[in-house]
Design a protein around this ligand. Structure first.
Ligand SMILES: [Ca+2]
Length: 557
């Protein structure tokens, strides 16, 4: 281990400064020196000051719960898509949350929510393309103040070329970052890497855990993958995984959106129409080294030849696209799972497992062909719900599940609570620690508020807000001044009788009582959370618009 002797000396000198050499102190020091591995000795028998748990937050991008085998039974489709042994291990040794909902289902906004414990309208980050105001209160800053070491490695996506604030160490991708050979920003300085990004991010996380932190203090590490974000480029080792299998199709792959309103009909996120040759790997990716390109072409060349020869049309073509999409998506996840295995193994071997809370989550869910879609954005289940698995030895009972309504707006509060830091009053979520202990408070929320702003924009998903209580969901697709073709429509779903959300029952007399209750809950939550109405002008930033579209009666030049 590079740097270890220096670190050991540093750690010992700290002890001498702090302790008067009592008999116990001398004995412990002797044991440490004899052990010769300060880090291990310190973690296995932590001094009193070290007892606060470490936090390892594993965060993926667009990782659908349907693509974690431990979550299979939770999906309305129940398809066996893949195996994720290391994620499953966390679920087996920890708690799986089955109703973890995001507040605004796109990448940047979800990350801002995690940093702040506040909704988009309160943290100022509404749409992708916004820049995060890093001067505001965030949970890593509060952890730092409380003596935690904080680090973030991998995807950041809260503004290009921006050094994260509140971190002792950061090495982040620039914007979305590529799947291969990513340039990164290390503590504000550009660095270059060659290799597959999922492996590289893991190497950096492990290097920080092993050699770059002070083993004398607790840590919070955000280990954040780019994968499995579009356009789903697998790493060299996984290029041929799933070649010989057929991925099962959801029975809504050819959904006609009957039973739903305008928004489902007018989206632009379908496998049939929206996916491009680049997504489908019909064109070779850019930015690969000659060796990487050769390996890539060896894997995709014959498969693409076979596809061209087959000259598929209509539904057969969509089915082929689905298979190509899913296999690439699942290959990206296989790399994440294998790399998570490396990290868990390190925690085991270094004696860190017992005092480290491991949290696995994704910035939001994703469509894996349900309703014919990929992408996210909608309040419908596959993009609203995100995976959340927590392993905390001695606190979380292994192999348990929780179905309370929780949210990514609770993450910051949870991290602070784990560290024993007071949660500021202006955060809008609530610590999940009591739930992790199996003690849900009586006044825990019964419903979750959601709002999506990024329209008009890529994928053409209408602005909407709504409320979800785990069974029912009330949605308002609302008009606003930025919208050239405004709609004003409501939908209501009963997930118990309609788990795939195919038929809105809004206005159905049978659901009059439910509808009234949810309408009043929605109004209450909007008031409680201080949601601005109408949307503030900043919500148009996502697509670079400064002014609303001109009215029809405006004279043309
Ligand atoms: Ca995302």
């Amino acid at each position: 281990m590079i740097g270890s002797p220096w670190k050991r000396t540093l750690a010992l000198s700290r002890i001498f400064r702090r302790w008067r050499p009592s008999a116990a102190g001398i004995l412990l020091l002797a044991a440490v020196v004899a052990g010769g591995r300060w880090g291990l000795a310190a973690e296995k028998k932590p001094a009193k000051k070290n007892k606060r748990p470490n936090i390892l937050f594993v965060y993926c991008d667009d990782h659908a719960y349907q693509a974690i085998s431990a979550y299979q039974e939770v999906s309305a489709y129940g398809l066996k898509l893949n195996e994720t042994p290391n994620m499953d291990r966390l679920a087996r040794e920890g708690m799986r949350f089955d109703n973890c909902f995001v507040t605004n289902s796109i990448c940047g906004p979800c990350r801002a929510v995690v940093q702040t414990g506040k909704y988009s309208h309160a943290n100022g980050f509404f749409c992708n393309g916004d820049r995060f105001d890093g001067t505001q209160q965030t949970f890593p800053k509060l952890l730092q103040k409380a003596g935690y070491q904080t680090a973030v490695v991998g995807k950041w996506h809260l503004g290009h070329h921006m050094t994260p604030q509140g971190y002792d160490y950061s090495e982040i991708l620039i914007g979305q970052g590529p799947y291969y050979n990513p340039p990164m920003i290390k503590n504000g300085q550009r660095t270059e890497h060659t290799g597959y990004t999922t492996n590289i991010i893991t190497d950096l996380a492990l290097a920080w855990l092993k050699d770059k932190r002070d083993p004398d203090r607790p840590f919070m590490l955000m280990y954040q993958h780019k994968a499995p974000h579009r356009n789903w480029q697998p790493g060299p080792k996984w290029l041929n995984k799933y070649d010989d299998v057929t991925i099962p199709e959801p029975d809504t792959l050819f959904d006609n959106y009957e039973g739903r309103g305008t928004a489902a009909h007018t989206q632009d996120m379908s496998i049939a129409k929206t996916m491009n040759p680049n997504d489908l790997k019909l064109t070779p990716p850019r930015g690969l080294t000659p060796d990487q390109t050769e390996t890539w072409n060896k894997a995709y060349g014959p498969k693409n030849e076979a596809f061209k020869k087959a000259n598929l049309q209509g539904k057969d073509l969509v089915r082929w696209k689905y298979q190509r999409y899913m296999k690439d998506y699942l290959r990206c996840i296989a790399a994440v799972d294998d790399n998570l295995g490396r990290v868990l193994k390190y925690l085991d071997e270094s004696g860190l497992t017992d005092n480290t809370v491991v949290i696995y989550s994704s910035d939001q869910g994703f469509y894996l062909g349900e309703h014919g879609w990929f992408d996210k954005r909608f309040i419908y289940q596959e993009s609203l719900r995100t995976p959340l698995i927590v392993r905390w030895p001695g606190v979380v009972k292994p192999g348990t599940t929780n179905d309370d309504v929780v949210s990514n707006v609770d993450f910051a509060e949870t991290f602070l609570d784990i560290a024993g830091v007071k949660v500021p009053d202006d955060m809008q979520g609530r610590s999940l620690v009591p739930l992790m202990k199996g003690e849900t408070p009586d006044d825990w929320r019964k419903a979750h508020y959601y709002q999506y702003y990024e329209y008009p924009a890529v994928h053409s998903v209408r602005r909407h807000y709504g409320v979800a209580d785990g069974r029912y969901k009330l949605i308002h697709f609302y008009p606003n001044e930025w919208d050239p073709k405004p709609i004003d429509e409501w939908e209501l779903y009963d997930l118990k009788s309609d788990g795939k959300e195919l038929k809105s029952v809004f206005g159905d007399p049978k659901y009059a009582g439910v509808q009234k209750r949810l309408e009043s809950e929605l109004a209450r939550l909007r008031k409680q959370l201080k949601v601005p109405d109408p949307d503030p002008p900043q919500t148009a930033r996502g697509r670079g618009r400064k002014k609303p579209p001109k009215k029809k009666d405006t004279k043309k030049k």
